[in-house]
Structure formats: structure tokens, C-alpha cells
Design a binder for this molecule. Structure first.
Ligand SMILES: Nc1ncnc2c1ncn2[C@@H]1O[C@H](COP(=O)(O)OP(=O)(O)OP(=O)(O)O)[C@@H](O)[C@H]1O
Ligand SMILES: [Mg+2]
Length: 255
């Protein structure tokens, strides 16, 4: 399998007046079609890492390469078409649901496929949704799924997913998980998916990244990670009931 993304020695500090280290020496890669679960307690920098990967935030050190070319030598627009970020808090554009799905195609100058939109809506449990409805009127869970479909339809090579089923009930979360896994297998799309749901991680992912101790502490095939975590921190994490347990270490205003 070919490597799409290589992360080298990535470092990030946060804070305006006083800087503190969020993470350092993050090394990893994303292969074509690989499905990665990103785990770790709240405030470890999982969202920040995804935002950096999609060039919505900047690292303080290290590099990210797309098939060998540094982000510093790449056009950000092209970069984001290959790697698309779906935020923890979905942002709806003005207008209807359909406008939301179409606008990105207009911006990226790619054709809009209404059949695909219909299939994806049905796939995530939104077959009954009126696409002429104002997007701002949607529920949190509906917004999350529309934001997801909006990104999938741009056919990026890598989907960066930030807790995209957090506002959904179990049934719909499972539907989304199945849809994403199917899409990944069918189209060879890689997923880098932050989740606090360990059952979900076990079920969709081939690889697990575990963030802790201000770095990417573990990177293992998912079955191995859950059976034999290398670190005591990961062992404790796996033993704790998910997802509420993570909130014990919550840092305020995490994204
Ligand atoms: N732009 C920023 N300015 C200041 N602090 C920030 C910024 N972005 C993130 N942080 C802080 O960095 C830390 C990590 O945030 P991040 O959202 O990446 O964590 P996370 O692992 O995704 O947590 P959660 O699981 O709760 O979503 C938090 O303490 C957050 O408040
Ligand atoms: Mg987060």
C-alpha cells in the first residue's frame, strides 16, 4: 500500500502570553485506504493535530509531506482537496441543505452529483430530510452528517474526521460508521478519525494512534493496540469506561 502522508517530528505549542507544549516528536504515516482511529484523553491535541494536517493551524516544528512533498511547498487549496477536515463542531454555510452540498463543488470547480448526494444521505439515515430546508435549522446531529457528506462528495484521498458521530444516537452513529467504512473500502479513501468511542474504534479502524504524554505515544494495528498496549497510560485508557471517563482530564475550551 502506498504512503500518502508522512508526519515528521511535528511539534505544537499553545497559549498567547505563556506558551506551553501541546505535543512534540509526532511521527506517523497514513497509507492509502488505511483507517486510523485517533484516541486519547481530552486536551491531548487530537483536534489540533487534525487541524494542522488540513493546514487550518500551523505547527511550530516538523513537517508534513504529501507523497514526499512538504506542505510548505504545496498549494493549500490543492492540499485541502486531497485531505478534508470535518470539524467537531459542524459549520453550515448560508442557505439550504442542498446549497451546502453544492457550494463546495462550486468553490472547488468540481461537478455536483445529485445521485451520489441522495445515496449518501440515505446511507447516514437522512433519506427523509428535505434538502430545501434551511441548513441553520437542522439539529446538531443532522448538521454533523451534512458536513460529513459535504466533505465526502469532494472525494478527498484522506478524510480527517473529528468526533463526527458525537451528536448521534447509537443507531445513526453505527450507520455513519458503516457508510464511512464502505466508502473507504470502495474508493480506497483513508480515514483519520478522532473518537472517544472505543467500540467504534475497534470496529472501523485498521490502525490506532494513541495520544498521551505530549506526543503520539502509540501507533499500532488496532487489534494489537487493544490486546497489548505498550504503555501503562494506554492500558489504563482502555480499561476506563468510554466515553465520559475521558472528561476527567478535560482541559477547558478544547475544540
Ligand atoms: N488556538 C488555540 N489557542 C489556545 N489554546 C488552544 C488552541 N487550540 C487548542 N488549544 C488548547 O489545546 C489543548 C488541546 O486541544 P484539542 O482541541 O486539540 O484537544 P483534543 O485532544 O481534541 O480534546 P477533546 O478530546 O476534548 O476534543 C486544549 O487545552 C485547548 O484548549
Ligand atoms: Mg477534540
Amino acid at each position: 500500500m502506498s504512503t500518502l502522508v508522512t508526519i515528521q517530528q511535528l511539534t505544537k505549542h499553545i497559549g498567547t502570553t505563556e506558551q506551553r507544549l501541546l505535543f512534540e516528536k509526532v511521527n506517523a504515516s497514513v497509507d492509502e485506504g488505511e483507517r486510523i482511529a485517533v484516541l486519547g484523553a481530552s486536551g491531548q491535541g487530537k483536534s489540533t493535530l487534525l487541524r494542522i494536517l488540513s493546514l487550518l493551524d500551523v505547527p511550530d516544528g516538523g513537517d508534513i509531506l504529501w507523497q514526499g512533498t512538504s506542505y510548505l511547498d504545496s498549494d493549500p487549496r490543492t492540499w485541502r482537496m486531497r485531505m478534508s477536515y470535518v470539524a467537531q463542531q459542524p459549520i453550515m454555510l448560508a442557505g439550504s441543505v442542498e446549497d451546502n452540498l453544492k457550494t463546495v463543488h462550486y468553490l472547488h470547480r468540481t461537478p455536483y452529483d445529485s445521485n451520489l448526494a441522495g445515496r449518501l444521505l440515505a446511507g447516514v439515515g437522512l433519506e427523509g430530510l428535505d434538502i430545501h430546508k434551511r441548513a441553520s435549522d437542522l439539529s446538531g446531529g443532522e448538521k454533523q452528517r451534512i458536513a460529513l457528506i459535504r466533505s465526502i462528495m469532494l472525494r478527498p484521498k484522506v478524510l480527517l474526521l473529528d468526533e463526527v458521530t458525537a451528536s448521534l444516537d447509537r443507531t445513526n452513529a453505527k450507520l455513519v460508521e458503516q457508510q464511512l467504512t464502505e466508502w473507504s473500502k470502495q474508493e480506497g479513501i483513508s480515514l483519520v478519525w478522532v473518537t472517544h468511542d472505543q467500540d467504534q474504534a475497534r470496529s472501523f479502524s485498521t490502525t490506532t494512534w494513541f495520544m498521551g504524554e505530549q506526543t503520539l505515544l502509540e501507533r499500532q494495528p488496532t487489534s494489537l493496540f487493544f490486546a497489548h498496549p505498550h504503555s501503562e497510560l494506554a492500558r489504563q485508557y482502555i480499561l476506563r469506561p468510554a466515553p465520559e471517563a475521558d472528561k476527567e482530564n478535560t482541559c477547558p475550551s478544547s475544540h
